[in-house]
Design a protein around this ligand. Sequence first.
Ligand SMILES: Cc1ncc(COP(=O)(O)O)c(C=O)c1O
Length: 407
Amino acid sequence: MPCRIDTPDASLSKNRPAGPLPESLAWIEPELEAIRVSGLERPTRMRSGRQGATIDLDGHRLLNFGSNDYLGYAGDVRLSKAASKAACAQGFGAGASPLVSGHSEAHDALEKAISQFLDVEASLIFTSGFAANTATIAALAGPEDYIASDARNHASIIDGCRLAQARVGIYPHRDLSSLDSMLAAATWARRKLIVTDTLFSMDGTIAPLADLSDVAQRHGAILMVDEAHATGVFGIRGSGLVEQAGCASGVHLRVGTLSKALGASGGFVAGHASLIHWLRHKARAWIFSTAHPPAVAAAATRAISLVTTEPGRRHQLLENASEWRSRLRRANVDIGTAEAQIVPIMTGTPESAVAMAAHLASEGFFVPAIRPPSVPHGKSLVRASLSWLHTPHDLARLAEAIGKYSH
Ligand SMILES: Cc1ncc(COP(=O)(O)O)c(C=O)c1O
């Protein structure tokens, strides 16, 4: 059928696709039904207002254990002010990719702030942590290369490996001897790359970074780590687990996100100046995508300065998290081997995770259910993300509600 050309208003309803799906899309409804019957349908909840210790979701105010706002900066007015000031001075849109004309003074200041924060030579910012991972991995590795990836790595790492079209070996979670044998067998590879989350986002476990850097060195492999959930939370300066483990010289690339503890948006990769300069020529999501708004960069820069000047937030958070995990373990709640501010409550099936999350919501807590594909089948869980904003009373109430439900 030829396309109609109407006036803007008239075209609104006449051209809107409606009714049954065309034959080419007829598979959608059965797929949706399969998602529903396996307990994997995901609602999109609507938040009103800002992130904080409480959150208003779909009209219900709940104590918020479901955001990655670990230090309470996402709703902090100091970030909003930094963003407003930059938006007024530099306009809102970046207008082009960084390589063309999108790299503003605000982006430049952010890259310098990240490099100083991490104590590295250079860094490169992306519109998201997801883009930073996919673009960096796909730039570093290709069909002649071997990537060894931890079994619990984030989806953005998995997709980066797919995009690279390299041969990928998945080593069991944190299993260094498997990793060692896999790398030893990849004698044919032009380059070897080890890639891992530092703090695993689903089970709250920590990668053995010092040992990983030894393995990388033994095999002449590149070591790339994703600090998404550790940036701002770990280390004396707050730059992450690499800093805390004292193995910065053995880690070649550090990816992070500005969207979690830093309360803003965007991702980064940081390391040797020449490596970062090379990525400016190879990282496609940086080259072919519009830079994020300068206002976002300014807010992230402000957040880094706050992390530096307010270390008490991360110290308090980690202390609270450690006490909370002990409390749950004493109550025989299965939290696996969690060791940070991300605390999973293992349930097993998707249905049991959804039932527990619904029960907790009925008691006034937002603690989301995490199901496949975010976790393997049989490993569904309810994930509590602790924030500096939570008071001891909030934490005690949630522990009590979980304890009661689990027994
Ligand atoms: C481990 C990890 N890496 C990367 C990302 C992606 O970061 P962003 O949300 O900035 O795209 C996430 C997001 O959840 C994550 O958990």
